[in-house]
Design a protein around this ligand. Structure first.
Ligand code: WT7
Length: 700
């Protein structure tokens, strides 16, 4: 892993962002955390007295048995809430039903296609309804032979049954491994084999832009691959009712079970398994820098508490039965965000929350399902694409469902900008209260557009930095308490101690680029890489003794705000100066002609590394080799030089109609590096959203 070289001069060339946005006073007044002083005091307490702090947080949730000890820590192996017994599914569903909230909406689902009458197809699942279907599904899994500790692979579209399948696993102590429904047969086979998973839950197909994605056929193909024949049972939820989807019933010598039959013949009584605090909850595969994907392991109690708390604070959530905010409650000494006993009569407004991610990613695990249901906040799931049937689909959904908290990715925001404001302006978005982003650095231009066009110039924006490995938010603004700065992911979450260090592990100075490290254990931290202890230790725990190293470059400014400079391997050292790819991208996107840009390094004779920029222009791509192209290129190079200093001037600029992105929206920088260096492209392009893009980049 290449750490960004600590060079004080990089601050001179860094994009200087002077705009800052304190919480609107009216918002802060009603928020769980209302001031920077309150945040600082609680943050200090969470680090000085983690046992006391986390015991209080955990008291908001249900435990069959309380812990003996909050934390035992011997790096890199924590035991959180050791001795406790709990169940995450119980905390998502039973608890709400038991409190008399069973009929309230828990999941709102919207199909991609419109109904025959042209109206949207919406399902509202109550806690009681979800509990019933989840219990039946859990009993079906047991009937298939699934036992506590078994790994169940889930490969489905964004339908409520995906959340139900996850919850059913959690209910009986099976370990789910969700695979994004856009992944290939090879990806499924690798994960089935690595997880030694004998059970699969899938759909016949899913919908994307009106077309059927043949999930079951892909599963069949995967199970033909070497080693994947270990799968004995496949549970199929028929979403598309596509006659072409292969299906051979287990009774006929195949592996398949029809959800409509097997699940619906089960009893709806399935008591939640009392899980040990550190029992595995799920594994989720994430790509490493090279080679085999890593099966990131999360366990029960710590992940549950972390997903609950981070959801509540980052989005300032108000759930069913919460009653008035703490400010309105006299004389109790609970933590300010604690909802206290359920108030069924409460007429306080309840959030409608929408995260546009897919449950196949950690964002969907933590911030569609597991963080929202224990907070008793309705969580919206949308099945399809943002531009189907038209480019205003998201805003149509926000308006109709009166969404209050909205969470999406910078890459989506840049696409919306490019599509044009008219799609946004058609809709009333005035219910929105907090906007979130996740997944990559957001350039200040996109941040400002998000604030103005989506947030009406008033909604706080939370730029949340975290990873599959961290389980939940680590660095983020808190909407009622901290001042947001476009492009910065703010300050550490309560319970998180973060710093920036040099390569030798010593602290970096103010604004000095270095490696981001997490100094102390937190409840949602990964517990390992499935089946590969050595890789776990080497990847995360070797750069700096006893500290978690996420492999992101960062700096911390004079106000204590963190700025992510990209993966440490995305930092380009140009003539001894380190530059975050994101900074150059931001500068490019600030130019009126540029819609989106991706920047990579390439070997340069004199400077060590040169900078190559791939640019999607607004409007037409200039003709290759034309005078117009040369003029535009020169203008952009000069522009970046002006914005960031001469060191950041790109050596190459290529105009392109699109960038190579994975289905998860991440730009495939490895591929761009090969193109920029003029090498053969050896990267695996099978996970690209549009594989034909490579030919366009190479001018073929
Ligand atoms: C990597 C983790 C977090 C869930 C989705 C991605 C980058 C994530 C931000 C942000 C700048 C970010 C980091 C991180 N990243 N959020 N707000 N600002 N960079 O999860 O696939 O595990 O990727 O995404 O580089 O290490 P993931």
């Amino acid at each position: 892993m290449a750490a960004p070289s600590p060079s004080p001069s990089n601050t001179e060339t860094m994009l200087q962002e002077h705009r800052s946005f304190p919480p609107p006073p009216a918002f802060a007044a009603g928020a769980h955390l209302s001031s920077i002083e309150q945040y600082e005091a609680l943050h200090a307490r969470s680090l000085e007295d983690p046992d006391g702090f986390w015991a209080e947080v955990a008291a908001d949730l249900h435990w069959f048995r309380k812990w003996d000890r909050v934390l035992r820590w011997e790096a890199p192996d924590p035991v959180w809430f050791g001795g406790a017994k709990t169940n995450l599914c119980f905390n998502c569903l039973d608890r709400q039903v038991d409190a008399g909230l069973g009929d309230r909406p828990a999941i709102l689902w919207e199909a991609e296609a419109m109904g025959p009458d042209g109206a949207p197809i919406v399902e509202s699942w109550s806690y009681a309804g979800l509990l019933e279907e989840t219990s039946r599904c859990a009993n079906a899994l047991k009937a298939m032979g699934v036992k506590k500790g078994d790994v169940v692979t889930i490969y489905m579209g964004m339908v409520p049954q995906l959340a139900i399948a996850m919850l059913a696993c959690a209910r009986i102590g099976a370990v789910h491994s969700v695979i994004f429904g856009g992944f290939s047969a090879a990806a499924i086979a690798d994960r089935v084999v690595d997880g030694n998973s004998r059970f699969v839950i899938t759909c016949d197909g899913s919908y994307r832009r009106g077309r059927v994605v043949p999930l079951k056929a892909t599963v069949e193909e995967a199970l033909q691959r070497e080693g994947a024949g270990i799968v004995t049972d496949v549970l199929v939820y028929r979403r598309t009712r596509d006659a072409d989807a292969p299906f051979t019933a287990k009774a006929d010598g195949g592996r398949d079970h029809d959800w409509a039959e097997l699940v619906h013949q089960q009893s709806d009584d399935c008591p939640a398994e009392e899980m040990d605090a550190e029992d595995p909850l799920f594994i989720l595969y994430t790509s490493g820098s090279t080679g085999k994907p890593k099966g990131i392991l999360h366990t029960t109690a710590g992940y549950m508490v972390w997903a609950y708390l981070t959801s509540r604070l980052t989005f300032d959530l108000a759930g069913h039965g919460d009653g008035p905010r703490r400010a309105g409650r006299a004389g109790d000494d609970r933590l300010p965000w604690s909802p206290g006993p359920v108030d069924r009569q409460s007429d306080a407004p309840v959030d409608i929350y929408w995260c546009t991610a897919d449950c196949g990613w950690i964002t969907g695990h933590s911030y569609i399902v597991y963080g929202l249901l224990p907070n008793r906040v309705p969580t919206l799931m949308y099945e399809g694409a943002p531009d189907f049937p038209a480019k205003d689909r998201f805003w149509d959904i926000v308006e109709r469902h009166r969404v209050t908290k909205f969470y999406t990715a910078p890459t989506a925001i840049r696409a919306f900008m490019k599509w044009g404001d008219e799609h946004v302006e058609k809709h009333d978005l005035s219910t929105l209260r907090v906007l979130g982003t996740v997944g990559e650095p957001i350039n200040p231009e996109a941040w400002m557009w998000y604030r103005e066009k989506i947030g009406g110039g008033t909604c706080p924006i939370v730029d949340t930095w975290w990873q599959t490995e961290t389980g939940g938010h680590m660095l983020t603004p808190l909407p009622g308490a901290t001042t947001a700065v476009p492009g910065s992911c703010g300050k550490p979450m309560l319970g998180v101690s973060a710093s920036v260090v040099r390569e030798d592990g010593r602290p970096a100075g103010v604004n000095e680029g270095g490696m981001l490290v997490i100094d102390k254990p937190w409840p949602g931290m990964l517990r390992g890489i499935h089946g590969d202890r050595q890789r776990f230790v080497d990847t995360y725990w070797s750069a700096v003794e006893g500290k978690y190293c996420p492999a992101d470059g960062a700096r911390r400014d004079e106000n204590g705000n963190f700025w992510i400079m990209g993966r440490t391997d995305d930092v380009i050292v140009v003539a001894g100066h380190n530059l975050g790819t994101m900074e150059v991208e931001s500068a490019l996107v600030a130019h009126a002609r540029v819609a989106e840009a991706a920047v990579v390094g390439f070997p340069h004779e004199v400077k060590g590394n040169g900078i190559a920029a791939f640019v999607i222009p607004h409007g037409d791509v200039p003709a290759p080799g034309s005078d117009g192209e040369a003029a535009e290129r020169d203008a952009l190079i000069a522009h970046v030089g002006r914005e960031l200093g001469p060191i950041a001037r790109p050596d190459q600029i290529r105009f392109t109609p699109a960038l190579p992105k994975t289905r998860s929206g991440k730009i495939m920088r490895r591929l761009l590096r090969s193109v920029a260096a003029g090498e053969e492209v050896t990267s695996d392009v099978s996970t690209l959203e549009d594989p034909a893009i490579l030919d366009k980049l190479l001018g073929r």
